[in-house]
Write a protein that binds this ligand. Structure first.
Ligand code: ATP
Ligand SMILES: Nc1nc2c(ncn2[C@@H]2O[C@H](COP(=O)(O)O)[C@@H](O)[C@H]2O)c(=O)[nH]1
Length: 189
């Protein structure tokens, strides 16, 4: 029987490919909804406010924290805030399931909050060298930002055993298939 509430989290070091996998999973499973996070970073050229993120000022983000609107939040890189809005989870988790694309510490907090109602998949890059190639190739970060993200990645890779399963994103199609099989099993469990 399908679950009453389903929270699926893709977490990974920056650049491992979780957003790419998340988009493919949402295309393949249209019943799932995406949890649109709030952030204080600037939108990238291909990003849309309200679809990829809710882009907020620091002042607005801090007001939301003080109002208790956030399920979890982190200052992930360079003091930028990223967080999951409770309002994104409340209905979507009951209505076909919700997919979160969040950092590793946030994923630990979501698992603590939701226990068996949450499936947390760690997306691992095939190697740190490939992670660096992907981050550099994406062209969205400065060289300094790539260095910061890689330093954090080394710590995050050491935490992969804390999650429900690890999907190695080497061949993208295979990683998407593996993710879908975990998602389907979880939703039906
Ligand atoms: N299997 C793959 N093989 C080669 N390139 C890939 C693969 N998966 C993703 N990429 C590429 O790697 C880059 C990083 O992917 P993506 O933006 O999805 O990572 P991310 O984990 O969501 O990063 P962030 O946490 O910074 O948002 C993108 O340019 C994407 O096209
Ligand atoms: N703890 C949370 N982390 C989040 C959330 N939304 C996104 N993220 C993570 O931040 C980094 C950087 O993202 P980028 O889009 O600037 O490359 C990445 O690991 C995201 O997964 C959130 O709501 N909470």
């Amino acid at each position: 029987m399908p679950k009453d509430r389903a929270i699926i989290v893709l977490t990974a070091p920056s650049g491992a490919g979780k957003t790419t996998i998340a988009h493919r999973v949402l295309e393949e499973r249209p019943g799932l909804s995406f949890s649109v996070s709030a952030t204080t970073r600037d939108a990238r050229p291909d990003e849309t406010d309200g679809e990829d993120y809710h882009f907020l000022s620091v002042d607005e983000f801090e007001k939301r924290i003080n109002r208790g609107d956030l399920l979890e939040y982190e200052q992930v890189y360079d003091g930028l805030y990223y967080g999951t809005l409770k309002s994104e989870i409340a209905e979507k988790s009951k209505d076909g399931g919700v997919l979160l694309d969040i950092d590793v510490k946030g994923a630990v907090n979501v698992k603590k909050a939701f226990g068996d109602d949450a499936l947390v998949l760690f997306v691992a890059p095939p190697s740190v060298e490939e992670l660096e190639r992907r981050l550099t190739g994406r062209g969205t970060e400065t060289d300094d930002a790539v260095t910061t993200r890689l330093a954090r990645a080394r710590m995050e890779l050491g935490m992969q055993d804390e999650f429900d399963a690890v999907v190695v994103n080497d061949d993208l199609d295979e990683a998407v298939e593996e993710t879908l099989s975990y998602v389907d099993r979880f939703i039906q469990s």
